[in-house]
Write a protein that binds this ligand. Structure first.
Ligand SMILES: [Zn+2]
Length: 313
């Protein structure tokens, strides 16, 4: 029986693999896993040609309720670096890392972000929820990427994670991160301009889950959602009724569908209140390549375009 070494020797002898191809790191891309599509886009932007990026939760996927498959453990096992959002976004990641036996370095992309803590709302009846959902109160909002200033922190963390795993690529990763960060600065200015053009009284909208808190805080739009910062627990009838009353009382102009959520809840709220449906916002995932939000920059541009057109008049 052949042992591994003699099999490799035989492969060289047959010309199946050459020593150059096996050893030249320039032809072997650094295997990188990102937990979800937005983080995958950052890894591709900063890693460029040196990395091969695989994402676990793909386009239009919902990371809150993601159920990893055995294939996902294999992806982790093959990776040298794994990028995660953190702040409780990927509740399934620790178990998956353990199951995979991966030796990859785990990099938390939100390192340095000031987290939004969700407090229990006034008049919100915690006792209406069962014990299973009691932990939803006082939890951390994971959707930090919705502020472009935070996205720059993600980029710095991705850059440093790639340099640690592949020091030979340092100059490339630094240059890519600098170029991309400059694009994010331009994007941030564009969002601010667009919001400034929306009449102040109109800067309030409804979405299905509470994914735009960082966006709202950074740019001055109020987002109201019947569902919490996770999609795991469904909106209660009481929360939906409260929001319907609020839309009517405050004449909130538009409700928005999210790419990752079932549109029926928002449709129902629109019907019962007469608020118009403003379009689709990309909250927790990019679109596929054919969609309007296949990169982070396109996603933010899509969202601000939808908000502007629904709220400007
Ligand atoms: Zn979310």
């Amino acid at each position: 029986m052949l042992n591994r070494r003699s099999m490799i020797a035989a492969a060289f002898a047959l010309g199946i693999i050459t020593p150059a191809a096996a050893q030249d790191s320039g032809t072997t891309k650094l295997p990188v896993v990102a937990s979800f599509s937005i983080l995958g886009d950052f890894a591709k932007e900063i890693g460029g040609d040196r990395v091969s990026v695989t994402t676990l939760v793909g386009p239009n996927g919902d990371a809150h309720v993601f159920q990893p498959a055995p294939a996902d453990a294999k992806k982790l096992a093959a990776a040298k670096v794994v990028f995660v959002n953190g702040l409780g976004f990927e509740g399934w990641i620790d178990r998956l890392v353990k199951a995979s036996g991966t030796k990859a370095k785990l990099v938390v992309a939100t390192k340095g972000v000031a987290p939004r803590q969700m407090e229990e709302e006034e008049g919100h009846d915690a006792h209406a929820h069962d014990d299973k959902h009691a932990h939803d109160h006082g939890e951390t909002d994971p959707h930090a990427w919705q502020s472009v200033a935070n996205a720059k922190l993600y980029v710095a963390n991705v850059r440093d994670g790639l340099i640690a795993a592949d020091p030979a690529g340092k100059a490339v990763y630094e240059a890519n991160a600098a170029t991309y960060t400059a694009k994010l600065d331009t994007l941030d200015a564009r969002v601010k301009e667009a919001v400034a053009a929306i009449p102040e009284a109109n800067r309030r909208i409804i979405t299905s889950h509470d994914a735009f808190g960082y966006f709202g805080a950074a740019y001055g739009i109020e987002f109201i959602a019947p569902q919490g910062v996770s999609t795991e627990a469904e909106a209660s009838a009481k929360d939906v009724a409260r929001i319907i009353r609020q839309i009517k009382a405050e004449k909130i102009p538009a409700v928005f569908v999210e790419n990752i959520s079932d549109p029926r809840l928002v449709d129902r709220i629109a019907k019962e209140t007469g608020a118009k449906i403003g379009g689709t916002l990309y909250s927790d995932a990019l679109s596929d390549d054919k969609g309007p939000a296949s990169t982070y920059i396109d996603m933010i541009q899509n969202n601000i375009r939808e908000l502007s057109s629904a709220l400007s008049s």
